[in-house]
Write a protein that binds this ligand. Structure first.
Ligand code: GAL
Length: 430
C-alpha cells in the first residue's frame, strides 16, 4: 500500500462514520449543569423558594459556578429543563416563561448568565406537550427557534414526549434546520434515538447530522442501579452507537448525579470515570450551592476532565469483562490510552486487578508510562508489557489509568490496537 493510501486507511479508522451537524459547536463533549435530576418539576416557589424552578435558581447556580471554580474547570452551560414555561403561549403564539417564577423573562436571564461568562440552555419538546405537560413545539418549530435565538439562548434540549413516533425524525430534523436558520449558534441536544429504539434501530448517520448530542436510553436516577443500567445498555449497543460519536456529536448517557444522595463515593468515582471514557456530555445535576468537598474535587478533577475533553474525540468501549470486573478503554490523543477497571462485585472489600489483563495494555509495546488517576493519583512510572501491576478496586468503584507508550514501533502497535481491540465485536473474557 502506498503511504497516501495507508494514511487514508488510518484517517478513516479514526474518524466517526458520518458528518456531524455543522454548527461549529460541541467539538468536545458539552460541560455544564442541568436542573432536571436534582430539581425536577418543583414549581412551588411559595413553600420552597430556594429549590423551585425559577430564574433565581439559575442565577445562583451561575454565581457559584464562577466563584467555586466550576467555570474554570470547564463547566460552561447553565441549563433549564422542563417546567419553565407558562401553560399558555403569548398573543403572538410565542412561548413565554412562567411570569411568577421568571419575572425578568428568559432574555434577562440569558444576559445575566452571559455576564458571568457562561452560556444558557433551555428545554422544549418536539411534540404537542413537554413530558411534564407544558406547551410543546409541534407546529411552532420556526417560531420557537426564533424566540430562543431572540432571547440569546445557547443550547436547546429537545425532548420527544407526545409525538407521533412516525414523525419523530422529521420533527427533530426540522427543528435542527429552524435553529440553523436563526443564524445563532445554538447547541442542539436531542432525545431522538431514545424515543425511536422501541420501534426500530435509529439511523445514527442522520442523528449525527442533525444533533450535537443525543440521549439513547432511560433517564438517570440518583442510584447505582440506574448508573449500572446505563453502562449495561451502552456496552450492549456499543457497536452501533460508539462509531457515531466524535467532535460535533456525542452519545448522551444523561446527567452526572455526583454530589447528591444516592451514590457512595466509589460509585461517584465510577460515574465520573466512565462518563469520561464514554466521551459523554458532562452535565451535572446537583446543588452546587451545597455540595460535599469530595464530590466537588471529583467533578473538578482536571485529569479526568482532560480524558473527557480529549482532542481526538473518540468514545471508548467496554473491551473486557469477567470475574465481576469490566474493563473500558478510550484511545486518546498523543497515542495514549485511558483504561478504566470497574469492580462490579457489590460485596466484600477491595479486589486486585492485573492491569496487564486489559486488552488495550498491548499498546504499551516494549515500554510505557503509566499514571493512575482514580482512586488516587499516582505516577506508576515506566512499565513494560510484562509488568504485573495490580490495581486495587473497591466494590462498585473504578480504577482509572492512562498509558502512554514510549516505543519506536508505535505505529504498528497503534494499528494493532485500533483493529485488534476496538473494532473487535466480542469482549475479552477475563
Ligand atoms: C424526560 C427527559 C428528562 C427530562 C424530563 C422532563 O423525558 O428524558 O431528561 O427532560 O423528560 O420532563
Amino acid at each position: 500500500m502506498s503511504r497516501a493510501a495507508c494514511l487514508l486507511v488510518i484517517i478513516s479508522l479514526m474518524s466517526p462514520a458520518a458528518e456531524a451537524l455543522d454548527n461549529g459547536l460541541a467539538l468536545k463533549p458539552t460541560m455544564g449543569w442541568l436542573h432536571w435530576e436534582r430539581f425536577m418539576c418543583n414549581i412551588d416557589c411559595d413553600t420552597d423558594p430556594n429549590n423551585c424552578i425559577s430564574e433565581r435558581l439559575y442565577m445562583q447556580m451561575a454565581d457559584v459556578m464562577v466563584k467555586e471554580g466550576w467555570k474554570e474547570a470547564g463547566y460552561e452551560y447553565v441549563c433549564i429543563d422542563d417546567c419553565w414555561p407558562s401553560h399558555q403561549r403569548d398573543a403572538q403564539g410565542r412561548l413565554q416563561a412562567d411570569p411568577k417564577r421568571f419575572p425578568g423573562g428568559i432574555k434577562k436571564l440569558a444576559d445575566y448568565i452571559h455576564s458571568k461568562g457562561l452560556k444558557l440552555g433551555i428545554y422544549a419538546d418536539v411534540g404537542d406537550k413537554t413530558c411534564a405537560g407544558y406547551p410543546g413545539s409541534l407546529g411552532y418549530y420556526e417560531k420557537d427557534a426564533q424566540t430562543f435565538a431572540d432571547w440569546d439562548v445557547d443550547l436547546l434540549k429537545f425532548d420527544g414526549c407526545f409525538m407521533n413516533r412516525a414523525l419523530l425524525g422529521e420533527g427533530y430534523i426540522n427543528m435542527s434546520k429552524a435553529l440553523n436558520n436563526t443564524g445563532r449558534p445554538i447547541l442542539y441536544s436531542c432525545e431522538w434515538p431514545l424515543y425511536e429504539w422501541p420501534l426500530k434501530q435509529p439511523n445514527y448517520t442522520a442523528i449525527r447530522e442533525t444533533c450535537n448530542h443525543w440521549r439513547n436510553f432511560d433517564d438517570v436516577f440518583d442510584s447505582w442501579s440506574s448508573i449500572k443500567s446505563i453502562l449495561d445498555w451502552t456496552a450492549a449497543h456499543q457497536d452501533i452507537i460508539v462509531p457515531a460519536a466524535g467532535p460535533g456529536g456525542w452519545n448522551d448517557p444523561d446527567m452526572l448525579v455526583i454530589g447528591n444522595f444516592g451514590l457512595s463515593h466509589d460509585q461517584q468515582e465510577s460515574q465520573m470515570a466512565l462518563w469520561a471514557i464514554m466521551a459523554s456530555p458532562l452535565l451535572m445535576s446537583n446543588d452546587l450551592r451545597d455540595i460535599c468537598p469530595r464530590s466537588k474535587e471529583l467533578l473538578q478533577n482536571k485529569r479526568i476532565i482532560d480524558i473527557s475533553q480529549d482532542s481526538m474525540g473518540k468514545q471508548g468501549y467496554r473491551t473486557a469483562k469477567g470475574n465481576d470486573f469490566e474493563v473500558w478503554e478510550r484511545p486518546l490523543s498523543k497515542n495514549r490510552l485511558a483504561i478504566a477497571v470497574l469492580n462490579k462485585l457489590e460485596t466484600g472489600g477491595p479486589r486486585g486487578f492485573n492491569i496487564g489483563a486489559a486488552p488495550g495494555w498491548k499498546i504499551c509495546g516494549s515500554q510505557c508510562n503509566v499514571t493512575q488517576i482514580l482512586p488516587q493519583y499516582k505516577e506508576m512510572g515506566v512499565q513494560t508489557q510484562q509488568s504485573k501491576i495490580i490495581v486495587s478496586v473497591n466494590p462498585s468503584g473504578t480504577a482509572l489509568l492512562t498509558v502512554t507508550p514510549i516505543s519506536s514501533d508505535f505505529r504498528r502497535l497503534h494499528k494493532l490496537n485500533w483493529q485488534g481491540t476496538f473494532v473487535r465485536r466480542k469482549h475479552t473474557i477475563l
